[in-house]
Design a protein around this ligand. Sequence first.
Ligand SMILES: [Zn+2]
Length: 285
Amino acid sequence: MLIFFGTRSSRIQSQKVTSHTVCPHCESQNSFIATIFGTYFHIFWIPMFTLGKRTIVECSHCKKTYDEKELPESIRTALHKSLQDQPPKKAYWHCSGCFIILGASGLFLLLLIYALIFKAVKEDDFVSDDSPYNYEEVYTKDQTNYKTTNAETYAYQLKKDMLNTDYSPNIEKDKYSFALKLCLDAPSFGLDESTTGYFSKVSENKLLILVEIEELDVLTEPEKNKIYSKLNMCVDDILGGNTYQKYIGTFKNKTFTMLQTPEGVFKDDQAINELLLPFYEVKED
Ligand SMILES: [Zn+2]
């Protein structure tokens, strides 16, 4: 039968007994050599742990050996003193199997922790990747936020532009407004020239024309329609061959009564500011 575990002994160290001794056998003085043996438990001849030490004393003169236990009291005391002065080295290799097991356990534990963390991270990824509902929700939310933010900016810009209408536009500063004022001829519609303001702005291939008319709420529908069509005609004249997308609006007190965009013509309650916001949208490259 194969014995694959058990105990073994090995010599750890030999050293001279330095304290004064006399050999009981040959009466030689200071002739003792102490040899320390370590006993260890092994599995497949791999030392696992120490079981204890045993010290054998040999007379270098007569070669008689004595077990520590059978030594006369005086020699045993001398031996202990000698070992105290010169402690024998420790045989750590008698525990090498133990260290291997400890190391392997530690490594296994580390790998286990790593695997658990890795698994947790992967599961997180899996949830977010494979959940179209969550993804869609976030995506839609982002889109909405994006649009809201831009729309707010555009609305702010539009309000600013509405405040910047000019009652007597300068040909240098705003040539379209200048030309439009001449073409529209506000007094011919019974409008007060000094309260009729103009604003124009070009962005990419888009043209914005804003006209502020003080009398809008006292004019009849036909009167207003005449103004709108003249306005449209004037803009076309002024642009000549330019193929701008036109955004034209007439307003009083920040409220539009007519808006003309590439989408069509909108009047009164239908002429909401938002219709002009596409003018402010900038194409992303
Ligand atoms: Zn002897």
